[in-house]
Ligand binder design. Sequence first.
Ligand SMILES: Nc1nc2c(ncn2[C@@H]2O[C@H](COP(=O)(O)OP(=O)(O)OP(=O)(O)O)[C@@H](O)[C@H]2O)c(=O)[nH]1
Length: 348
Amino acid sequence: MLERIKKYRTSNGELEQARVISLFSLVGMSITFLMGFIGLFGDNTTLTVVLFVASFVYLLAFLFIKRFDITVSANIIIYSLYLLMFYLVFSGGVSQTGPLWIFIVAPVSVYVLGLRHGVISLFIFLCTICIIMFLPQQWVAHAQYTNEFKVRLFISFLTLSFLSALYEYSRMLAFKNAIEISKQYQQLAMRDPLTKLANRRNAAAILEQEKARLQRNNEPLSVLLCDLDHFKAVNDKYGHNAGDRVLTELSALFTEQVRKQDCVARWGGEEFLIILPQTSSEQARIITEKIRNSVAQHTVNFLDHNIHITISIGISQLSEDQSIDELINTADKCLYQAKTLGRNRVYP
Ligand SMILES: Nc1nc2c(ncn2[C@@H]2O[C@H](COP(=O)(O)OP(=O)(O)OP(=O)(O)O)[C@@H](O)[C@H]2O)c(=O)[nH]1
């Protein structure tokens, strides 16, 4: 149960779960209070007291949600409900109508305890109800019901339990599907669809995070802005699909060359940003040369064509008072220098 409730606490469903449990406790409190109040005009004092006590317990469950923990409230609601039902079946309630209330238990159990735990609890609940109803009168005096009534009560309770479990199962499936779809959308929003690299928005967020983390530890951060040389010519000569193949192959090549903690992102059309945490510009230069060299030696095979491409790279190290925009601007200026100096080179 704890697991189920924790799952809700860590998801958006937490608020919803807390709301439903609050509602259960308020409804439980109101009904038991009303029945207790009606009981004041009858002659069953024990039942009236039990109903008022139950009403007070539901009030406590309601207050616990607000002040403490949803788990405590859920436990209070379920186990006090079970106890109340055992008492109603045992005593018969008003004119032997007590057992009618046990139907509430099925939906509430599977909703609050979850499918597996709920079904197990319902089984134990039904066994206990059986024991109470079939207890020999000579052992302990309790309300008597006809065998037809008992059989129909069990069958209808089992039917309702089955339907409640089925409903909970489909609700859980729908919940899982919704989580899965939302994860997929999150991925789509953060990844470039062609290269599967982090997209510009994702890279900007990573940069801000890394900046905060590294400046706290006084560690360097460098970025490489890489641009494919004469890429337009590749598209023009071999077609757009060939251009796409070049982009995906080079993305994989960049990713292979850097460490796990580094991030390769697609910054624009044929522009890539490589984020190198804990790396000074001197160290970055060594990695950059390695990347430039491996691209220059790489051949992209597309249909019958062997495509050779080079890249130019601008390096920039984040200084203390620099913003991310300024860092990227510096890298962009360096990239421009690398291009003007003849391409297939690193600057500075
Ligand atoms: N195939 C393909 N081409 C793209 C994509 N995104 C941008 N491009 C192309 O990249 C080319 C960039 O051309 P330019 O900005 O002139 O740059 P360049 O030809 O690489 O020249 P320099 O950068 O000066 O070396 C354009 O032809 C764009 O159409 C893409 O996703 N797929």
